[in-house]
Design a protein around this ligand. Structure first.
Ligand code: AMP
Ligand code: MG
Length: 398
């Protein structure tokens, strides 16, 4: 746990709750530009005298020159009176509603409500303390800070907030064909992009990525780097989990005493994913062996790794983020595995409605980063419903 300046808490998990340091709103707040008055006075034909104005940042009180009403204190409006008020300003005492400026006739220092715009008490006013009471917990610990939470903390006066340390997640790319970003690949070699996609996904998920050197497809080398990886809170391995002769990850993990929770998923891309844990000093370490194909690595991170990170941080709603959309052009696939196709999700709107539409991007399969980078989601094709017509509702993975 550590204290950080408010903005640095973005994406991190709160370690202690943030309470309201005063009522929110601190005063009865007008939600409209208009006139504060008594709802019972708002009868068509009845004229209310406008006795002053209150802007946001002010508090209304009767000018000393003004005659005092027959009864009531000086900063309270009486029956038959109205105060012009701006959105966000404190509603004067004695008023119980704000009638919108559009709903009155103004004439020589008085207003009259237009027929059909009479109000009941409380209209267009947020009472003091209605959003949060002083000392009430506004942001409980365990919450992940995002823009709305940052704003709520600022409203509570929390300039420094306490957050949990980011989980440290080691990334181990495996493969004899891989070269690092700074090196010139030969024709038969591939650049290690998975360490970067995983690091980027981890940063987005609020974790602290630690990129290890590339592991060769050789048991002893792999084993030494796997051991280094288990120093972190979690280990993500990419590649080496398929059925090939040089896919050694499972074997090395087994030899290290790993317990596997699953060793495959009925999805494409991503079928060979493995997940488990290993006993270590200071508590078990979770690991994933993610398939090496770059798009498979990203999809399996979103489906499995990110939800686990959120769950371990104690966050509610930790599952993958799915949404619904309408398929733009029909799809023909084969049954068997649930498929995830890189796709573009966009909104179509007319005067009355907004529809989310989704369309797969043309691609060359799970190694195709160039085309996947044109997508903003993955279209989910159910295993038992691989033929989908244009206009059908589908699920997308965000
Ligand atoms: P594997 O799961 O090890 O069989 O890897 C499948 C394919 O994914 C390999 O043939 C590589 O082309 C590609 N690949 C594996 N690891 C990486 C990586 N770290 N970065 C980019 N591509 C990779
Ligand atoms: Mg490999």
């Amino acid at each position: 746990m550590q204290w950080v300046p408010l903005l640095e808490s973005m994406g991190r998990v709160l370690a202690s709750p943030i309470r309201a340091d005063r009522d929110q709103p601190p005063f009865a707040r007008s939600t409209r530009d208009g006139f504060a008055c008594r709802a019972a006075d708002l009868q068509p034909g009845r004229r209310l005298k406008v006795i002053g104005q209150v802007r946001a940042g002010e508090r209304w009180s009767r000018e000393s020159a003004d005659p005092l009403p027959a009864s009531g204190p000086a900063d309270e409006i009486a029956s038959g009176e109205a105060v012009e008020i701006m959105t966000g300003a404190p509603v004067p005492f004695g008023a119980d509603c704000v009638v919108m400026v559009e709903h009155v006739e103004e004439c020589s220092g008085a207003i009259q409500v237009r027929e059909g715009h009479e109000l009941s008490p409380g209209s267009n006013i947020v009472p003091a303390g209605a959003e949060a009471r002083m000392e009430q917990v506004v942001l409980p610990s365990g919450l992940r800070m995002a823009p709305a939470q940052i704003a709520a903390a600022a409203a509570c006066g929390a300039g420094q907030v306490s957050v949990f340390a980011r989980p440290r997640v080691a990334i181990l790319a495996t493969g004899d064909e891989l070269v690092e970003l700074g090196d010139q690949p030969q024709a038969h070699q591939i650049r290690n992009s998975n360490s970067y996609s995983l690091a980027a996904q981890l940063l987005t998920a609020g974790a602290d990525p630690l990129r290890l050197p590339i592991a060769r497809d050789e048991a002893a080398h792999l084993q030494s780097l796997v051991e280094a990886g288990f120093e972190a809170d979690m280990l993500l391995i990419s590649g080496g989990v398929s059925m090939g002769k040089y896919d050694l990850v499972e074997q090395v993990l087994l030899a290290a005493g790993a317990e596997f929770f699953f060793t495959g998923a009925r999805i494409q891309p991503g079928k060979p994913i493995v997940f488990g844990r290993i006993a270590a000093a200071g508590g078990p370490r979770y690991f994933f062996g993610l398939p090496g194909n770059p798009v498979s690595t990203m999809v399996t991170f979103s489906l499995f790794v990110e939800p686990l990170l959120r769950a371990l941080a104690g966050q509610p709603y930790s599952g993958p983020r799915f949404a619904e959309a309408v398929l733009k052009t029909g799809l023909r696939g084969k049954p068997g595995l649930t498929r995830f196709l890189p796709a573009v999700l966009h909104a179509e709107s007319d005067q009355t409605s907004i529809t989310s539409e989704v369309e797969p991007v043309p691609w060359q399969g799970s190694g195709d980063l160039a085309n996947t980078s044109r997508s903003n989601c993955f279209l989910v094709v159910p295993a038992d419903h691989p033929v989908i017509d244009a206009g059908e509702r589908v699920t997308v993975l965000l």
